[in-house]
Design a protein around this ligand. Structure first.
Ligand SMILES: CC(C)(COP(=O)(O)OP(=O)(O)OC[C@H]1O[C@@H](n2cnc3c(N)ncnc32)[C@H](O)[C@@H]1OP(=O)(O)O)[C@@H](O)C(=O)NCCC(=O)NCCS
Length: 216
């Protein structure tokens, strides 16, 4: 057990995270949200308590869980990272999440604040950095390296020996072929199949995945 927990954020990802924590028997007090119109709502039977000032009502027994998700809009994983870093700088400690149905090789390495959601799989030799989300039914194969705050969305498959740079988003149902390297802040669109390596910052869509054209 991790002690008393509050989830930062109260959107869809926060609900999924709450569900995983409750399934694991953790003691969750509720959520915080900067949006005052959400205060008092109930999500998964837990209250939205207020903004981050409610944290100061608690002592060092309280730990935090990052409930900010991302849908592939460039920089959303950066936001998740910035919010976590700024609260850590104030002395708060974040903990990770592991749904009881996640399958995790004992020969993998996980950062302290990794989130493994229902039916996710982490295979032998994989290294998953702090703040990463491996979402519902996503697969991170052998010897993959995910740098910090990468989001592997629902049912995406990252094949063996792939390296993915910090804050990247691998869209729902996407596939990244074995051995490739994707630079930091890459966005792979939902359902896309990545068959070659790309430098940092690209948004990739389609089968095979190509760089998405900028809007005029
Ligand atoms: C790639 C993505 C970030 C682009 O979003 P966007 O910038 O808002 O792009 P738009 O929806 O305006 O689409 C722009 C063009 O790209 C195409 N496109 C967008 N996403 C695509 C995808 N995943 N695969 C193939 N084509 C795609 C659109 O059809 C459109 O084509 P058009 O100009 O010929 O009409 C987004 O579509 C996506 O796939 N996000 C990931 C969602 C996800 O993983 N959700 C899970 C959260 S747990």
């Amino acid at each position: 057990m991790s002690g008393l927990l509050i989830i930062i954020g109260s959107g869809g990802h926060a609900a999924v995270v709450a569900d995983a924590l409750l399934a694991h028997g953790e003691r969750v007090l509720g959520f915080t949200d900067a949006d005052h119109s959400r205060h008092g709502l109930s999500i998964c039977g837990l209250p939205v308590l207020g903004d981050d000032r409610v944290l100061d009502e608690h002592g060092p027994m309280l730990k935090l869980v990052n409930g900010i998700g991302g849908i592939g809009i460039p920089a959303s994983n950066g936001l998740r990272g910035r919010v976590q870093r700024s609260l850590e700088a104030k002395g708060w400690r974040f903990v990770g999440v592991r749904h009881p149905s996640a399958v995790v090789s004992p020969f993998s390495r996980l950062g302290d604040t990794v989130q493994l959601l229902a039916n996710s799989v982490i295979q032998a030799g994989a290294s998953v950095g702090n703040g990463c989300i491996v979402n519902t039914a996503a697969v991170v194969e052998h010897d993959v390296v995910l740098e910090e705050f990468v989001h592997v969305s629902c049912r995406a498959v990252v094949c063996g020996n792939v390296q993915i740079g910090a804050r990247s988003h691998i869209g729902a149902g996407a596939v990244v072929k074995q051995g490739l390297v994707l630079g930091s802040d890459t966005v792979v669109g939902a359902g896309s199949v990545v068959l070659k390596s790309f430098a940092a910052g690209a948004t990739l869509i389609g089968v095979p995945a190509r760089v998405m054209k900028e809007r005029e």
